[in-house]
Design a protein around this ligand. Structure first.
Ligand code: SF4
Length: 369
């Protein structure tokens, strides 16, 4: 079933590694932006009124930095304009430095039933070094406020000076605090971000070191009862992110807000990254789409394969045949022959062997050729 992604592009401060669409100096535009977003929700809702939606993911930016009344209003508008199923998964991203009990009470009243908290590391020096606005203590306060709720914590690998001990301490802290889900992902130093200079100076852990941090973290997550269901995502039984699983199953989703991307009607399309242009378009009665591409033929087949192989659920030959009318092993015979030793076959399901999932990119490259 399709999902809804909503982008809130405001932050208190820009983190040194961040290349997401977020505007630290434009919080005063929150009210105008949200008014435009409500309008976009209404227009897209009209267009998609015959579809049922099963997940909502409010990400950013930092959705928790704006007044909680806007999130309440947003959810009210989504429920009015879209057909959400009774047990939809509704996630809100939060920065631990921006929450309090009152905000969380409003979020819950708005229907938010899953929270994604950006912890990143339990080492305060590393947090300060990457420009995060919160401390480990802030995370613990936030987790206390979320007691009994379904929440995920983000853990970042590859920070300057980060050791295995730092990673294990971070995971332990998140688990102890009650996280039902942990996303553990490697920092990607993007050109143009301040951390890129550290990368060029050789001050960040190299790929082999990050891989060792990942293995150490994964070992601990397994011990603590978290199951890996995608290369960077681990959950307690029954707590996988339905919203993300829909992406990996090549399911449809509609993206709302500046820079949000969508996959619907066989097309991938993206809204403008420019905040002013976004608001101007919406106020003039246009969808602010800047790129649109129909994904078909070989591209659609490769997407199906690439997304499925990222997860421990793998690729189903039956589902592939149903969608494309052919056998994926024949369509990708050269890559399949070459990569067979890295793949696990169970009935009609093919997946990357557990020990090679972390290096899936290299394996997938072979299928591209
Ligand atoms: S909080 Fe997230 S979106 Fe905001 S600057 Fe930091 S990394 Fe970027």
């Amino acid at each position: 079933m399709p999902g809804i992604y909503v982008h809130i592009p405001f932050c208190k401060h820009k983190c040194t590694y961040c290349d997401f669409t977020s505007f630290p100096n434009r919080l005063n535009f929150a009210e105008a932006y949200m008014a435009c977003l409500y309008k976009e929700v209404a227009e897209r809702g009209k267009e998609l009124k015959k579809y049922k939606f099963d997940t909502v993911y409010i990400g950013g930016g930092t959705p928790s930095v704006i007044d909680a009344k806007y999130i309440f209003g947003l959810m009210k508008q989504i429920k009015n304009c879209f057909h959400l199923t009774a047990h939809s998964e509704i996630t809100l991203e939060m920065n631990p430095g921006t929450v309090n009990a009152e905000k969380i009470a409003i979020y819950k009243k708005a229907g938010i039933n899953r929270f994604s908290v950006g912890l990143q590391t339990a080492n305060d020096e590393q947090l300060a070094d990457i420009g995060r606005i919160h401390s480990t203590a802030d995370f613990l306060t936030c987790a206390k406020l979320l007691k009994g709720e379904n929440f995920s914590a983000d853990v970042m690998l590859g920070l300057k000076g980060q050791t295995k001990k730092d990673v294990l301490k971070t995971i332990d802290l998140a688990a102890e605090a009650g996280a039902s889900h942990i996303s553990m992902y490697a920092l990607t130093p993007e050109d143009g971000t301040p951390i890129y200079t550290d990368y060029l100076n050789g001050e960040l852990p190299d790929a082999d070191e990050v891989s060792e941090l990942y293995d150490a973290g994964m070992g601990m997550l397994k011990e603590l009862g978290y199951m890996r269901y995608e290369v960077s995502n681990f959950c307690k039984p029954g707590y996988g992110s339905r919203h993300n699983l829909n992406y990996w199953r090549r399911g449809e989703y509609i993206g709302l807000g500046v820079s949000a991307s969508s996959f619907f009607f066989g097309k991938r399309f993206t809204n403008t990254f420019d905040l002013d242009e976004y608001m101007k378009c919406i106020l003039s009665g246009y969808f602010p789409v800047i790129e649109s591409e129909t994904v078909e033929g070989e591209d659609a087949k490769f997407e199906f394969l690439m997304l499925g192989l990222r997860t421990v659920f793998g690729v189903s030959s039956v589902a592939y045949k149903k969608q494309f009318g052919s056998d994926w092993k024949e369509d990708f015979s050269a890559g399949y022959e070459k990569m067979q030793k890295y793949l696990d076959q169970q009935g009609d399901i093919t997946k990357i062997k557990d020990e090679y999932l972390y290096v899936q990119n290299q394996i997938l490259t072979e299928f591209m050729q």
